[in-house]
Design a protein around this ligand. Structure first.
Ligand code: GUN
Ligand code: ZN
Length: 426
């Protein structure tokens, strides 16, 4: 049964970091036809109504219709410890994160948190996430079972750690390989699910474990690989002491087969020129996590340089190191971080990062992240006047971008009018 939804439709036919805001198309009286889980037609609302008289029509008026948000770096097991006070990265991991992740030894707890996590992300208009699980294989099952039952396109992997973590959170090089392979065989390519090979970061993996996961990646080249890179200066100094012969932090991955085009490198703030060169040469993806970087005190990601070098960059919450489940709040933080570096990101660029930019990092740009014929029908409908503060600012807008920007800066889950997953309203 076809459904036609009407509103202000936002789509992209190019990259706004290359072409500027004209890479976006905003149709104030647009329509999107949903059929069989996909976008079957996009165009003028009245014309689509006439062309598809049998479709049921939902008119969202002046609301914005966009591709659903894509959050390519999250830790669903950290849902309950979001907004934990007073620590920087290593202390934050030891004080809050590792004790919470220990609780995922209980599969029922994992299932509860996975359900809570997807309730929160969908309420915020996020239709695809790429998550770290914990070291427990059942935490991966819990994530994928929830995502599958909700019809979501979703990415995750078992977090691997064989040193510098509590004993109850350690695997070994061999068991990390075996468990990851088993989960990959079980979930990768099922429905809309993808397995992601997941060494947490170099400090918590021995060279043997990094090499084992590098081998697994080489054997499974359709999988993505995710990890953390150069988030805080203390962490980088620690990596140097643990890998004394490495040229730099990136080399600890590169020399173990963990650098490639399907690699997602979270944070990537304090990089040496060689690291930027190598990331660029292999076409790796960087994931910017601005609410996390300010909350944990990590630093200011250099968006301008990374996009100028042609690196694919995604935008992510990094919950629970990040302080919000909202990609609107995350766009606002990206704007603020760029301002502190002297760059004003355009709303067309911020929105693109949260949709197409993030889809590209997941190598899923033909499937999700844009409103285009043939794309999967994961959509969000946004109220551009969701609070009195936003409404009064928007009332003055002379352009659509002026009307959208107050929602980027001040919006939250109250702005989410509707969410569609594979063409069904959820
Ligand atoms: N580095 C290693 N593990 C983590 C994590 O869970 N969160 C963040 N922000 N950084 C990390
Ligand atoms: Zn992270």
């Amino acid at each position: 049964m076809a459904e036609l939804i009407l509103g202000q439709v936002l789509s992209y036919h190019g990259d706004p970091f290359i072409e500027g805001p004209s890479a976006a198309k905003l149709d104030p009286t647009g329509g999107v036809l949903l059929l069989g889980g996909e976008i079957a037609a996009v165009g003028d609302g009245a014309a689509l109504r006439a062309a598809y008289p049998q479709a049921t029509v939902t008119d969202y008026g002046k609301a914005l219709i966009s591709a659903g948000f894509i959050d390519p770096h999250v830790h669903y097991p950290q849902t309950a410890i979001i907004a934990s006070w007073g620590k920087q990265l290593i202390d934050w991991l030891n004080t809050y994160t590792f004790p919470e992740e220990m609780r995922f030894a209980d599969p029922d707890y994992a299932a509860d948190i996975a359900a809570r996590y997807f309730d929160l992300t969908l309420a915020n208009g996020t239709t695809t996430v790429c998550s770290y699980a914990t070291i427990h294989p059942a935490s991966v099952d819990a994530f994928f079972e929830q995502a599958q039952s909700r019809g979501l396109r979703a990415y995750a992997g078992k977090t691997c750690m064989d040193r510098n973590a509590p004993k109850g959170l350690q695997d070994t090089a061999q068991s990390a390989y075996d468990d990851s392979k088993h989960l990959l065989d079980k979930w990768h390519g099922q429905d809309r699910l993808s397995y992601v090979i997941t060494p947490r970061f170099s400090p918590t993996s021995t060279p043997d474990q990094l090499a084992a996961l590098g081998a697994l990646w080489a054997e499974n080249q359709t999988c993505l690989m995710q990890t953390h890179l150069s988030e805080q200066p203390d962490e980088i100094a620690w990596v140097k002491s643990l890998f004394p012969t490495a040229r730099d932090y990136l080399d600890t991955y590169e020399s173990h087969g963990l650098l490639g085009m399907g690699g997602l490198y979270g944070h990537a703030i304090h990089l040496d020129p060689r690291e930027v060169d190598r990331l660029t040469e292999v076409g790796a993806a960087l994931i910017h996590c601005p609410t996390s970087n300010t909350f944990i005190g990590s630093g200011l990601f250099d968006m301008e340089t990374m996009v100028a070098r042609g690196l694919r960059v995604g935008l992510a919450t990094d919950t629970g190191g990040g302080s919000s489940f909202s990609m609107l709040r995350t766009m606002a933080a990206a704007y603020e971080v760029a301002q502190l570096r002297g760059t004003a990101l355009h709303p067309a660029q911020l929105w693109w990062l949260a949709t197409m930019g993030s889809a590209r990092t997941l190598r899923a740009e033909g499937k999700i992240g844009n409103i285009a014929v043939g794309s999967e029908a994961d959509l969000v409908v946004i109220d551009l006047a969701s609070t009195p503060a936003i409404e009064q600012a928007t009332r003055r807008a002379e352009t659509i971008w002026q009307a959208i920007f107050p929602t980027i800066m001040m919006g939250d889950d109250r702005a989410i009018t509707a969410v569609y997953v594979a063409g069904k309203r959820v």
